[in-house]
Design a protein around this ligand. Structure first.
Ligand code: PEP
Ligand code: MN
Length: 345
């Protein structure tokens, strides 16, 4: 259920509604909007009576939310969510007019490799740096990441290049360590339904980049995000990274039609990963262009200065010069849509 407050409702009125919800044993989620505040209710096993709330001062109406996902839905929050990353006085906001460009290698392999990639993507105009220190690999014998040493290298990159750090947390146990170094916690495709991890990042103060599972439907994707919001973390950025289909010309099939579908159903921002989405270097720029054209709020792209010797995903990593060209092209497309490429302040 959603309690919609009157535009003139006071903070006291909102607090009274929240207290009532909590006293009933449920969870209250106040969501301030441009016109009015709404309060979402979760944890109720069945429908509630609207009258219970409509008699309280400041309440305009109590409405039932028809979708299975509540807090991520546009029924609960009409305006697009703007998610701030980085320090309150600087950083970047995702979900508004500015596109967020995240770039860097698949994995942190060494200080030299990560710094070379950081210098290249910074020069080209990225504002966030990606790189896994913990890698969920298909084979237990593949490179698993540099772990805390890799996280320390990422923190140096933030300090020295002014890039914000996006890096993956692979289980609830390693989340605390990743939180110490990251600006955004990435939850990978393989973990989209790792419910204990979703709950754990839901209790984090950091924004979460949630990648779509390889065979997840739109409802499953939004329900995974709902797990995070239901724990109190409303700062979730969705990411389309391709799904498994019968197509064998690419690693995955980048489902760009999910972008407008998500925009219709949810207020959360969504970005596109054309690297994992195609698995082929030559396809990354065309699909990045398409992702921006279809309305994505940003891109996450793998870039390596020596992709032929990368320890993971080299074949889909762009050379720095290609990444520069990608930025030029998506900047032009963004302009047509009245958007710009964002930069860290
Ligand atoms: C990655 O970003 O390197 C990664 C492992 O992505 P995904 O979870 O989408 O496969
Ligand atoms: Mn990768």
């Amino acid at each position: 259920m959603l309690i919609v407050m009157k535009p003139q409702a006071s903070e006291e009125d909102v607090r009274r509604v929240c207290e009532k919800i909590v006293s009933m044993g449920f969870r209250a989620h106040p969501m301030p909007g441009a016109q009015r505040t709404a309060v979402g209710i979760t944890g109720n096993p069945g429908p509630l009576e609207p009258e219970e709330f409509e008699s309280l001062p400041g309440v305009a109406e109590a409405i039932r939310v028809s979708k299975p996902y509540k807090l991520v839905s546009r029924e609960v929050k009409r305006e697009d969510s703007l998610i701030h990353i980085g320090p309150p006085t600087g950083g970047i906001t995702i979900g508004g007019k500015e596109l967020a460009i995240i770039a860097g290698p698949c994995a942190v392999e060494s200080r030299e490799q990560a710094r070379a990639a950081a210098a290249a993507v910074r020069k080209a105009g990225a504002s966030l740096f990606r790189g896994g220190a913990f890698k969920p690999r298909t084979s237990p014998y593949s490179f698993q990441g540099m772990e805390e040493e890799g996280l320390k290298i990422l923190a140096e990159i933030r300090r020295d290049f002014g890039l914000l750090i996006v890096t993956e947390t692979i289980d609830p146990e390693n989340c605390e360590l990743v939180e110490k170094y990251a600006d955004v916690l990435q939850v990978g495709a393989r973990n989209m339904q790792n419910f204990s991890l979703l709950k754990r990042v839901g209790r984090s103060k950091l924004p979460v980049l949630l990648k779509r599972g390889m065979s997840a439907t739109l409802d499953e994707f939004l329900m995974a995000a709902e797990y995070i919001l239901s724990e109190g973390n409303y700062n979730v950025i969705l990411c389309e990274r391709g799904v498994r289909t019968f197509a064998d010309h690419s690693r995955n099939t980048l489902d760009l039609s999910v972008i407008p579908a998500v925009k219709r159903l949810s207020h959360l921002p969504i970005i596109v990963d054309p690297s994992h989405g195609t698995g082929k270097r030559d396809n990354v720029i065309p699909l990045a262009r398409a992702g921006v054209a279809v309305g994505a709020d940003g891109l996450i792209v793998e870039v390596h200065t020596d992709p032929d010797h990368a320890m993971s995903d080299g074949y889909q990593s762009l050379f720095p010069a290609q990444f520069e060209s990608l930025i030029d092209q998506v900047t032009a497309i963004a302009g047509v849509l009245g958007r710009t490429v964002g930069h860290v302040r």
